[in-house]
Design a protein. Structure first.
Length: 174
């Protein structure tokens, strides 16, 4: 069974097709709409995430170069980066919600940017595949489960420690 390929579209038959002048030169109303949309774009947030992401990625890259993983060996550097990043994410979430509530760029810069660039769960998946390819399935499985459990526990620990620290500081201030 063959399927007929659709022919070229006859745009003159389409009732709402824009005229060539409308496409080339937007109307004043359309230009105003574009300008309003550009003003609403959160440029400061995008810049904060971008700069933070660059810094976090550079830190992760530096640690990866300083502490490379041998073929078939447990990827301790990536493990440490992801677990420490999750711990810091837990601390940051407490600080952002309970201390720095009115600072709109702190969470995008530190959370999404720095810690998002620092942690590397894509490398975690690649490391697992490399371990499997190197016939180290037992290490891959330990790494897979160990990272997941350690990252969740580290996030929880960050939350608990940060909240306890805040209570202690607030008690001493009174």
């Amino acid at each position: 069974m063959t399927t007929a390929k659709p022919g070229p579209v006859d745009w003159t038959a389409v009732p709402d097709a824009p005229a060539a002048t409308e496409v080339a030169a937007p109307t004043p109303a359309r230009r105003d709409t574009i300008r309003r949309a550009a003003r609403r774009t959160p440029w400061a947030v995008l810049a904060a995430v971008s700069i933070g992401g660059a810094l976090g990625s550079l830190a992760r890259y530096g640690l990866g170069v300083a502490f490379p993983t041998p073929t078939g060996g447990f990827p301790w550097t990536t493990f440490a980066v992801n677990v420490s990043g999750c711990l810091l994410i837990g601390v940051l979430m407490v600080l952002v919600t309970e201390v720095w509530g009115g600072r709109r760029l702190v969470r995008p810069f530190l959370g999404t940017g720095v810690l998002g660039g620092y942690t590397t769960f894509s490398t975690y998946v690649v490391d697992i595949q490399r371990l499997v390819d190197a016939h180290a399935a037992d290490v891959a499985l330990a790494y897979l489960a160990g990272t997941l459990v350690a990252a969740l526990l580290a996030t929880y620990a960050g939350l608990v420690v940060a909240r306890a620290s805040l209570r202690l500081v607030n008690r001493e201030i009174r």
